[in-house]
Every structure is written in structure tokens, then in C-alpha cells.
Design a protein around this ligand. Sequence first.
Ligand code: CDT
Length: 363
Amino acid sequence: MGSTQTDPPSAGPRKVIVAGAQLGPVHVYTPLSETIERMIKLMDDGHQKQAKLIVYPEIAPVTFFPRHILEGDELEQYFDREVDGDPAKSPNLKPLFDRAREYKMDMYLGYAECTGDDHVHYNTAVYYSGQVDRVISKYRKVHLPGTFEPYASKDATNQLEKRYFKPGNLGFQAFRAPDLIPGAVTQKSGTKPNEPDTLGKGDPIMGMLICNDRRWPEAWREYGLQGVEVVLCGYNTTAWSPDLLGTSEKISTREKAKEEALFHNKLCVAYNSYANACFSINVAKCGVEDGKYPLIGGSCIVDCDGAVVVEASTEEDELIVAEIDLAMCRRGKEKVFAFERHRRIEHYGRIATQTGVVEPEFL
Ligand code: CDT
């Protein structure tokens, strides 16, 4: 039911069934082929449930390797390279793209990227459109948590993302997912975006984040300012790492620390979905990797009012599915968060010019 030159823009619901493919633990010794098989099984399940978009976790196909000190081939084994500039041809990842193509399913796929020409490492996610059968957007993680050097204590859980990745260099580019929603105004209908009669009626506007990015409102706002309707975010979030997260009485036990990590996850995605009037699909790799590294679950699809629509109940491979109606985004975008009427950019200068805190002078 695509639009034609003469179709009026659809004013009704903008519904689509979407899925988050949470993955249970992937250990150092787990063969890659086994994880890819698990991921494909989740996609099969999504197809059965009529999902048109599937979201996988951050660096989905392999263990969360930045917790280990690695070099040479031991490190390189975790990275994927594009072939002819196309991630869909990367031998390790190709089976996922092939199955998505078969189902005409859109896909957010997180993986560790090694660029072909200059051998730079990024923590990357790509968006494959099953409708046009190609990768239409790439995002490289901007906010890299943790440290470059390992912690002094040998019992510490490291998060060596600053060692293994360069900060993303692609910014926060929102993009349209062509034909994901029947009846949406498209390129083919001959109309232009940002006209009063097309606003909020076009092919859906998507944005990608990776894990730690979701804690930074600036990242969401970058997308909010492009009218984002769905933010996609895969994550690997440690449930216990006092060196990384600090300690306090409140989180003195492993159970309490995990509860807090789950709470912060939900807090970030719920508030930022609300404040940017968008849905978000947030997907974990979780459970205990290598018998000693716990990652939180809590994968969830959140609506544009900040309410959790569906949430994973396990720390294993689990598909969460929901039908979402993007027309719901209009209320927030046109009332409370009508940016063009209410934002006061003359007061936001520090946000884009200052990195660290500068405290006020003493009185
Ligand atoms: N992978 C990743 O970015 N993890 C970080 C760890 C915790 S830093 C508070 C995260 O933000 O979930």
C-alpha cells in the first residue's frame, strides 16, 4: 500500500511491529557461528511475529571483549571488516543480512568495526533496510566509557573501550527508514519534508545510539532536533564493577548494584524518549559471561511518553516485540516539547563549548 504521486499524506496511525533481540551471555570460547545462529533464530521468531524491524545489542556477535587486555590477533579476531565498502558482505555478518533480506526486515546490528583502508577500530552499529536491501546508515559510538589503562587491582572488571576504539566520527545523523510504514509519505510521493502537510507523516525518522551514549541527553537531543521518532540502542552494561561505577552504601552488595544499574538504564531511556517525544528500542547482551562477568538485561521498548511498553523478563536470548504507533509522537512534538516555540538556545552555549565542569566563584 505505497503512496503514489496523487496520494494525500496519511493522517492516520503510523503503526509498525518492532522487535528487540536480547542475547544471553556470549563467552570467550563461544564459537562465532553459534552466536550468529542464535541471532538468526531470534530473527526467525521476529518474522513469525510479523516484526518489520529487529534490533540487536552492542557488539552483538562476540563476548564483551573490552574487559580483557588483548593485542594482535587475539584482539583483531573480534573485529569485522567491510567488503567493497559494504558491511553486509563481511563474511562473519553476512548470514544475518541474508536472512534479513529474505524477510525484508530492517535491522540494527552492533559490531566491532575495523576500517579497511587505515585500520581504525570503532564500536559501530549499522542500519540495514530490508525494503531497499542495503545498509542505509552507520553510527559509531561517540561516548566511550571506562579507561585506556587497566585498573591496578587484578580483581577489577576493566572497561577498556578508550583503549580499543576511537570515538565515533560520524555524529548523530538521523535518517529515514524507507517504506517501513505503509502509507507514509515517501520520496516517491513527490512531496518535501518539513512542509506543514508532510510533518510527521513521512517515512519514519530513526536514530542510533550505542550503550553509554544513552546516558547523555545531548546525544538524544541531537536526534530530537531532527524529529526522531525511533531511537535504537544496543548495550552491554556491567552489573558489578566498583572500579568503573564507584561505590556507596546503597550499592554495597552485588544484588543492589545490579538493581541500580537496571534502574539507571530504564531512567535514561524513559526520560529521553519522553523529552524527545520518540520511541526507543533498547536491547541488552546480558547474563554472566565467562562465569564471572555479569551484564544487566532489562531490554525494553519505550513509548514517546516514557512508558515501558514491553520488557524482557530473562537474562537469556529473548525476543521482545511490540506494535508501536509513531503518530503518538506528534503530541509531545507539538505541545510540551515543541522545540521551535520553547527552546532557548541563547542559554545553552556551554553545552556545545565546554566539556568539564567549571564551578562558580566563591561569594
Ligand atoms: N558498553 C558500555 O558502554 N557500558 C557502559 C558501562 C557503564 S558506564 C556507567 C554503560 O554505559 O552501560
